[in-house]
Design a protein around this ligand. Structure first.
Ligand code: T1G
Length: 694
């Protein structure tokens, strides 16, 4: 039974026990209804406490039920039943009281929280709005503006702030259950304070307008946030019951939206990626002492990510000067974390005086459990590093390379312990980006893979398993759809139009702005590296080579595709004539592209190469590709990732696009057999995500 009712003295105790997060499944809702009725009928109980077993108060509705036929009792009605009781009910919060869990607490007559409790209404992150009274009760407790800020930001509110705002009545000193019982005793015999009966707070149209304008930028393309603002504004102007009807109608409409399906797919996919058969039941190796080789941007970022996770880090540089520079970089990144309020200053000081050290001798890595190499991206250099590590590292140490494309099998062969070697492809900045591609080589031992996933959990990153190939999952797909957009520019499209079309589609940045950010020399070196294997029909973005030769490297040189001054990047009037000259030299007659065609070609190329990565096992499932593209490449989250998006478009439609484009270039545009097979069988890419809840 996930919900029980008992009595301690004259206080009823309702306990929810539904691991792992006490989600409000149908069984929990039914159990709560029965417990509320039992309490109401218990004339020995003057008040009641609702509390949760396990690590957290209710963390929300049961997301795995979404998309299925709704089952009674519905949450709003259950909360109304509890609120309507004529004896007071106290909610005792701990852990993360989120979504429907917080809404349940708002229906209680008093709320007490353990000091470390965090609470919030994160529904907009799932493409929804609070659907069980949050838009109508929360403003009544903390005011319209504060409620809307909480709902549209989905942020978690710490208990002290919640107390200050009036969201909770007490912070428990000592044992939460006892403190909740004490509060119940204090309110017993008093008329229950029903949130619904509190006066609806004022709504300031100017504040709402300002919030709406902010959301148009911060939540560009998403519908849930604006819907929440409307539900609060319209609902608060009506009596409570009618306000609830406004909320319910808006909630149900969002429940049927593609954005809700996409965002919930993303939620479960980001958890499913760690469910790998090959590491089920496999214990990871120890992780406490980490060695990092190379103190450049990536090495320092990796070191800081490990330090922030409480790990001990020894960073190796070639000479004292390099070690000094690395220390300064690490200290600077930690200072940034302090400035952003992510790290207490005292913690930074203890890290720098204890958990972090540099050295110039590999011998300092003798005790390291895991060593991550982040040196220059050249196979010879990597092989030398790993041969040296083989001589120094203790037996069982995990030896990881941060390479972004090199052959991890070959790197492993540079050691006498290939089973201990794995790829850990961090994304820059490594102490911020959540994605970690775990590149499993042919001879990597399963417990080394398990160790990589345990490291990701420690670093609060999302690890995705990738096979060995040029570019693994993300960069391989990126280079393919980048070729599609470059071909459009060769054929007449403006890079600025491409960037605008793709940011309107929802990408955080367009590909040409990304090139300027990364540096045009990166793309230039990649093209040089791949030149030997270039197919005669591969189309080369010679305009990118021209810019590189002109020393226009992007942001770092103040000029790339865009001009960089003090304000926002500016379009460069000299780019169009340069493109015209390149097209003329190639004998190309430029044509125009619509924004729709720019999106269609980009997405068809992305989906096509993504399907190939799934077909050849580089990516385990389509959801692994989605997680990579959402967390490493700015793919719009409200579209769920390229694989989810392709299913939403319908694979036949994607194939029709590819066939249409193939008429112009049947070298680049060759439909992935997996797409053709699935379409022919009437199946979807999601069918390949078997065994997950997305
Ligand atoms: N429903 C179902 N399963 C859930 C769940 C939920 N709400 N939350 C977590 N899980 C599963 C998750 O899939 C994973 O499963 C396991 O629990 C541990 O989660 C009416 C409609 C609570 C902060 O959005 O933010 O209420 O992979 O790995 O890192 O208005 O889970 O082990 O099989 O994330 O410690 C609103 C979502 C729902 C909160 C814990 N609530 N959850 O993080 O563990 S909509 C949310 C989280 C709603 C109402 C509306 C986090 C967490 P598995 P985990 P964690």
């Amino acid at each position: 039974m996930p919900v029980t009712y008992a009595r301690q003295g004259r206080i009823g105790v309702i306990t929810i026990d539904n691991p792992p997060v006490n989600a409000l499944s149908q069984a929990v809702r039914a159990g709560l209804l029965q417990a509320a009725d039992a309490f109401a009928a218990d004339d020995q109980a003057d008040a009641a406490v609702i509390l949760c077993a396990g690590r957290t108060w209710v963390a929300g509705a049961d997301i795995s039920e979404f998309g299925k036929p709704p089952a009674e009792p519905f949450l709003p009605a259950l909360i109304d039943r509890i609120e309507a009781l004529d004896k007071p009910v106290v909610a005792a919060l701990h852990g993360t009281a989120l979504g429907g869990g917080l809404e349940l607490a708002l229906g209680a007559h008093a709320r007490i929280a353990a000091p470390a409790t965090r609470m919030g209404l994160p529904e907009v992150t799932l493409g929804l709005i609070p659907g069980a009274g949050g838009t109508q009760r929360l403003p009544r407790l903390i005011g319209t503006q504060a409620a809307l800020e909480a709902i549209t930001s989905a942020r978690q509110i710490p208990a002290p702030e919640a107390l200050e705002a009036g969201l909770i009545d007490r912070i428990a000193e000592g044992d939460l259950t006892q403190a909740a019982l004490d509060l119940a005793h204090d309110v017993a015999g008093q008329p229950p304070r029903r949130t619904r009966d509190l006066p609806a707070p004022a709504v300031d149209p100017a504040q709402l307008q300002a919030l709406t304008e902010r959301l148009a930028r911060s939540a560009r393309g998403q519908i849930a946030q604006a819907t929440a603002v409307d539900a609060v504004r319209e609902g608060l102007a009506l009596p409570f019951a009618q306000g609830m009807a406004v909320e319910r109608a808006a909630f149900r409409a969002l429940m049927d939206s593609p954005q809700r399906a996409a965002l919930i797919h993303a939620f479960f996919a980001e958890r499913a990626v760690a469910h790998l058969p090959e590491i089920q039941g496999v214990d990871p190796r120890p992780l406490d002492r980490v060695g990092v080789i190379g103190g450049g941007t990536m090495g320092a970022g990796i070191a800081v990510a490990a330090l922030l996770a409480g790990l001990d880090v020894t960073l190796i540089e070639r000479d004292p000067d390099g070690a000094q520079k690395a220390t300064a970089t690490v200290a600077g990144l930690l200072d940034g974390a302090v400035t952003r309020g992510k790290l207490p200053a005292a913690r930074r000081d203890t890290i720098l005086s204890g958990a972090f050290r540099t050295d110039t001798d590999y011998a300092a890595l003798r005790e390291a459990d895991l060593i991550i190499e982040a040196v220059f991206e050249a196979m010879e250099v990597k092989e030398q590093v790993f041969a040296a590590l083989d001589r120094v590292a203790k037996p069982g140490a995990v030896l990881a390379t941060n390479t972004s494309y090199l052959d991890v099998n070959r790197i492993a062969e540079a050691t006498g312990r290939p089973g201990d070697v794995i790829g850990l492809h961090f994304f820059s900045p490594a102490h911020v980006m959540r994605l970690l591609e775990v590149v499993v080589a042919d001879r990597t031992a399963p417990d080394v893979t398990a160790t990589a996933f345990a490291l990701a959990r420690r670093l609060k990153k999302i690890a995705v398993r990738a096979g060995v190939c040029d570019g693994f999952i993300g960069n391989r797909i990126l280079s393919h759809y980048r070729a599609a957009v470059d071909a459009m520019v060769l054929d007449g499209a403006s890079p600025y139009q491409v960037d605008r079309a793709l940011t309107k589609f929802g990408f955080a940045m367009g590909p040409y702005a990304v090139s300027d950010l990364a540096g045009l020399d990166i793309g230039y070196m990649t093209r040089q590296r791949k030149a030997a294997e270039r197919h005669p029909r591969d189309r080369v973005p010679v305009f990118a080579d021209r810019l590189h030769e002109m020393g226009r490297l992007g942001r770092k040189s103040g000029r790339g595709y865009y001009l960089y001054g003090n304000g926002a990047p500016q379009e460069d009037p000299e780019l169009a004539p340069l493109l015209d000259r390149v097209r003329a030299d190639l004998g190309l007659t430029p044509r125009s592209f619509t924004d729709e065609e720019i999106v269609a070609r980009t997405m068809a190329a992305m989906v096509n190469e993504a399907a190939r990565t799934v077909a050849d096992g580089t990516a385990l499932r389509p959801l692994d590709v989605d997680v990579v593209m959402l967390n490493g490449y700015g793919f719009p989250r409200f579209r769920g990732g390229p694989m989810h998006w392709a299913d939403a478009q319908g694979l036949p439609a994607i194939l029709a696009d590819i066939d249409r484009f193939s008429a112009e270039d049947d070298h680049f545009w060759q439909a992935a057999p997996l797409l053709r097979d699935l379409a022919a069988q009437g199946r979807s890419l999601a069918d390949l995500n078997e065994g997950t809840k997305s």
